[in-house]
Design a protein around this ligand. Structure first.
Ligand code: PNS
Length: 166
């Protein structure tokens, strides 16, 4: 029996903190699929295609990771259809927990067989969040320690695009 998990998120962009959580999940599960939520509730810096390209590049080293998009609908329904019994979420700080706790219990209500597994990234990524990476990178700061070189290039391109529009 294959133990499969899904690792959902907005991934705007995918950071080394996400990668750290994914690697930890791969130590537990046979297969972990990264599910990028299109997430109409959030205005994202990167388009769906750009986020997908970045995730695909970063996870291409793992044979047991697939990447997919959740265009619309519930994550719980996606998990059920995909046959995933576990949802992986990274938690960095106590403040993450309230929202994660709510989501976890709601997902369990919607799909009782699913269990959310919380993983803590390496402490060096405690303060790494996509939002702060976006902000620092768009203001020209060095985020090379926190993202894959491919993501770093995409951030530079985005910065140039934004500057060009001004
Ligand atoms: O990286 P994020 O933005 O914290 O990820 C949040 C995400 C995508 C996991 C969450 O918004 C989600 O599951 N969206 C899909 C729609 C859904 O199922 N919403 C109800 C969650 S209880």
């Amino acid at each position: 029996m294959i133990h499969k998990a899904i690792y959902p998120g907005t991934f705007d962009p995918f950071t080394n903190g996400h990668l750290d959580v994914l690697e930890r999940a791969l130590n537990i599960f046979d297969q972990v699929d990264v599910i990028m939520a299109e997430n109409s509730q959030k205005h994202t810096l990167f388009s769906v295609d750009e986020r997908l390209a970045m995730i695909r590049e970063v996870v291409s080293i793992f044979p047991n990771v697939n990447v997919d998009v959740l265009h619309e609908g519930l994550l719980a329904d996606y998990a059920r259809t995909a046959g995933a019994k576990a949802i992986v979420r990274g938690v960095r700080q106590v403040k993450d927990f309230e929202y994660e706790f709510q989501m976890s219990l709601l997902n369990r209500h919607l799909y009782p067989e699913v269990t959310t597994v919380f993983l803590m990234p390496n402490v060096k990524y405690t303060y790494v969040a996509s939002s702060i990476i976006r902000e620092v990178a768009m203001l020209g700061g060095d985020v090379s320690k926190f993202v894959h070189p491919y993501v770093l290039d995409m951030l530079s391109v985005k910065r140039e695009e934004k500057k060009g529009r001004k």
